[in-house]
Design a protein around this ligand. Structure first.
Ligand code: NDP
Length: 369
């Protein structure tokens, strides 16, 4: 193994938090093609999101698609020719533990249905490889904590596909909030939803999805409420509406409205749905100003304005900047602007657990994140 890469992997694997280390001090060339920081990624579960990530990674300068895990042999063949993946870096769900013997893969990015994330992360960690896992990281906070613990024990990093944490206009608003431009934050509104089609898809199967719209799309409002206000909620209330119990079976939520309360006294009012279109909107209100984003979490371009005018940061393909940034986090211990680690995901899962509880109990559920 290349000595510098070995050093970087050791560095990344250490449990001690090391302050920001610019790649330049490690003799690397961040962002430059040919620089020797290159995260070598295998994607697991070659569905629609994996394809989007693979396409976006063509423009990455610090991350490269080198491997694939799939239950569909024909996809592995296609991906080998389409993305130049060598046969020796292809696995199926029975064989991927063998990645531990493959020195050419640094990280496995899990893009399977939600219920398969827990097992996938545990096995990849046991194989000694870093893991990136899609959202929701798990079906509940207990599973999520087990994943965090397993990765810690194995000395590997666990990151979650929170692509908005790198999105330029989102970061522009976060920076304005940190600079006090909105004054004291009072209110956040997050509306996230779409009208879901095919009733036979895994997203409407409780066993594979772990729930309904909240797990899939409502999580953007949960996570957004935290990064937009800059606080973690201390209580939650929630109400569920189901207009089509045939399509949205027991345990698969169609529409949930929820409210969050923050330590500062700020409140959030959010909507998660699988039964309405045109809902992709964030609104942040403070004593001195506001920010409005619509679309706020789609693939973009994100659009928005504040009391000072339009947001100005340029659009960049979310998955390209995410994967380049994650290369720095994994290989050089760089700090992301908003956390994307397993602990961050466990906080969202605790909120999801509490929202599902609050739907059944008509009172405030206390949260301790
Ligand atoms: P898809 O159904 O398009 O793809 C999932 C893939 O997982 C399948 O193609 C299949 O790949 C594999 N798989 C393994 N077991 C099963 C199973 N029992 N049923 C179905 N598929 C299986 O889903 P998406 O790509 O849309 O979503 C995957 C994950 O990514 C989800 O957790 C989702 O929440 C997340 N996601 C995140 C987004 C984001 O913006 N961050 C956006 C969209 C999704 P194979 O045949 O290769 O085994």
């Amino acid at each position: 193994m290349n000595t510098r890469r070995h050093f970087l992997q050791q560095l990344a694997a250490t449990a001690v938090t090391i302050p920001f280390i610019p790649l330049s001090t490690l003799g690397c060339a961040p962002g430059k093609p040919g620089g020797d920081v290159m995260l070598r990624v295998a994607l697991m579960g070659l569905g629609s999101y994996a394809t989007r990530v693979a396409e976006a990674m063509k423009d990455c300068t610090r991350a490269k698609l080198v491997g694939a895990v799939s239950g569909t042999p024909s996809k592995l063949k296609d991906w080998q020719s389409k993305y130049g993946i060598p046969e020796k870096n292809c696995y199926n769900y029975d064989t991927y533990d063998q990645i531990k013997n493959n020195p050419d893969i640094d990280v496995v990015y899990i893009t399977t249905p939600n219920a398969l994330h827990h097992d996938g992360v545990l096995r990849v960690a046991a194989a000694g490889k870093h893991v990136i896992c899609e959202k929701p990281m798990a079906l509940n906070a207990k599973q999520g904590q087990e994943m965090v613990d397993a990765c810690k024990k194995a000395g590997v990093k666990l990151l979650v596909g929170y692509r908005m944490h790198f999105e330029p206009k989102t970061l522009e608003v976060i920076q304005m909030r940190k600079d006090g431009e909105f004054g004291k934050i009072l209110f956040f509104q997050g509306q996230c939803g779409f009208s879901i089609g095919d009733p036979t898809q895994w997203r409407l199967n409780k066993e594979l999805a772990g729930g309904g719209s909240l797990m899939d799309i409502g999580i953007y409002a949960i996570n957004g409420a935290r990064y937009m206000t800059g606080e973690d909620p201390v209580w939650v209330t929630a109400q569920e509406t189901k207009t089509n119990p045939e399509k949205f079976k027991e345990g698969v939520d169609e529409t949930i409205q929820f409210q969050l309360g923050f330590p500062s006294g700020a409140v959030a009012s959010c909507l998660s749905t699988y039964n309405m279109n045109n809902l992709d909107r964030f609104y942040l209100d403070g004593e001195k100003g506001f920010a409005e984003m619509q679309p706020s979490t789609g693939y973009g371009p994100i659009k928005g304005r504040t009391h000072k005018g339009a947001l100005t940061q340029p659009h960049k393909t979310h998955q390209t900047i995410q994967m380049d940034a994650m290369a720095g986090i994994i290989l050089a211990n760089e700090k992301p602007p908003v956390p994307v680690d397993g602990e961050e995901a466990v906080k969202d899962l605790k909120i999801i657990d509490a929202i599902y509880k609050a739907v059944k109990e008509p009172h405030k559920i206390d949260l301790q994140l």
